[in-house]
Write a protein that binds this ligand. Structure first.
Ligand code: PLP
Length: 380
């Protein structure tokens, strides 16, 4: 039997072997409480501060702008909630294809605090319509506004132009938050040139461990803690730090920085191979994507036309040893398209699958996946 092919790296990535080795190296010695002043505590503190340096270097931020959290969901909750509670934000501009941890937090804040929510129109491929964004920002320039728009969309891989969006936010005096969970470790990031105030990230999306994330908060922006009861993270996030996870996240990001554009080159080759093979092998397939350079090479979103097997395509693939994901959830026994797919208005009966790659995948795997899909979709 052929080995399994894992193509769901946008859901989560395996821990990079070097990250795992670096975590194993300190698992016996790094257990101290980083708040303790003895040797074990100081060693744990050093590990955390080393990781902070790596993250700050990656984003060209300063050390005081980086705070560790438990995941991307917590990071985005912390920023959105803090902006409304502490910065006087009364209007949030966001989109209908953000991750649920943004959309549901915005809806919660709408109910709790009565803030205004404006859904920013999108282009047909799912990127932000920046002309519409500018018109909305210009309409009520006095309103204290937070713009929350993701960097790379988790279902489509389309990339928002953060420099342009951030520039508009500066022009109209709005705060700018970006959920960069799918881009950190893949897309270069320089907060000195991109006018962004808040970033949320998560280690398990870039070959680090689960249970570890971070926020970037631009210096001078004073939001209060989300969790209370301890002075960790310079009073910004109470709770004993996940030293091992933070160390792993730092190592994972250092590897990302070392690999630089090689990582994306490999991903682009894999994506192109699968895309072209499927276009030849399966009549009627289409792709949800943005033109270069606005498409992340780690994600390929494919629409399969109706056929007797499309309904259970993911399950058939799983049986064949291939892990991918779909953009719909089962609700009360009925398939409901994700907000992203609803937005794209995919025709009824069409099945959209997401394949997401890692540099450890191979071109041969892409060819095998395409053959399997051809057999499933085309064979009688
Ligand atoms: N934001 C995006 C775009 C994501 O893809 C995810 C996870 O899928 C999250 C946020 C949530 O991150 P975490 O799983 O670390 O909570």
């Amino acid at each position: 039997m052929s080995p399994r092919i894992y193509l769901d790296h946008a859901a989560t990535t395996p821990i990079h072997p070097e990250v795992w080795a670096s975590m194993s190296d300190i698992q016996a010695s790094g257990f101290g409480n980083p708040s303790s002043i003895h040797h074990e505590g100081r060693f744990a503190r050093t590990l955390i501060e080393e990781a902070r340096k790596t993250l700050a270097r990656y984003m060209n931020a300063s050390l005081g702008e980086v705070f560790f959290t438990s995941c991307g969901t917590e990071s985005n909750n912390m920023i959105l909630t803090g902006a409304v509670r502490d910065l006087g934000v009364t209007r949030i501009l966001t989109s209908r294809i953000e991750h649920p941890c943004v959309i549901q937090t915005v809806r919660y804040l709408e109910k709790l605090s009565g803030i205004g929510v404006v859904w920013v129109p999108l282009l047909a491929d799912g990127r932000t319509d920046t002309t519409a964004l500018q018109q909305i920002l210009a309409r009520e320039p006095q309103t204290s506004t937070l713009v929350s728009l993701m960097h790379v969309n988790n279902e489509l891989g389309v990339i928002n132009d953060l420099a342009e969006i951030g520039g508009l936010c500066r022009q109209y005096n709005a705060f700018f938050h970006t959920d960069a969970v799918q881009s950190i470790g893949f897309q270069p990031f320089d907060v000195a040139t991109i006018p962004v105030d808040f970033i949320g990230g998560s280690a398990h999306k870039f070959y680090g461990p689960k249970g570890c994330g971070f926020v970037y908060i631009r210096a001078g922006i004073g939001i209060q803690p989300f969790l209370h009861g301890g002075s960790q993270e310079r009073n910004m996030r109470a709770g004993t730090e996940n030293t091992l996870g933070i160390h792993g996240m730092g190592t994972a990001l250092a590897i990302a920085q070392r690999e630089g554009s090689d990582r994306n080159r490999t991903l682009a080759q894999l994506r192109m191979t699968l895309r072209e093979s499927l276009a030849h092998a399966v009549p009627g397939v289409t792709f949800n994507e943005a033109p270069d350079p606005w498409q992340s090479p780690k994600i390929l979103s494919v629409n399969f036309p109706p056929s007797p097997r499309t309904d259970l395509l993911l399950m058939h693939l799983d049986i064949e040893g291939i892990s991918a994901s779909g953009g719909s959830a089962c609700s009360s026994g009925a398939e409901v398209a994700s907000p992203v797919l609803q937005y794209l208005a995919i025709p009824a009966g069409t099945k959209t699958l997401r394949f997401s790659f890692s540099p450890a995948n191979t071109v041969d795997e892409m060819v095998r996946v395409s053959h399997v899909l051809q057999r499933l979709m085309v064979a009688p």
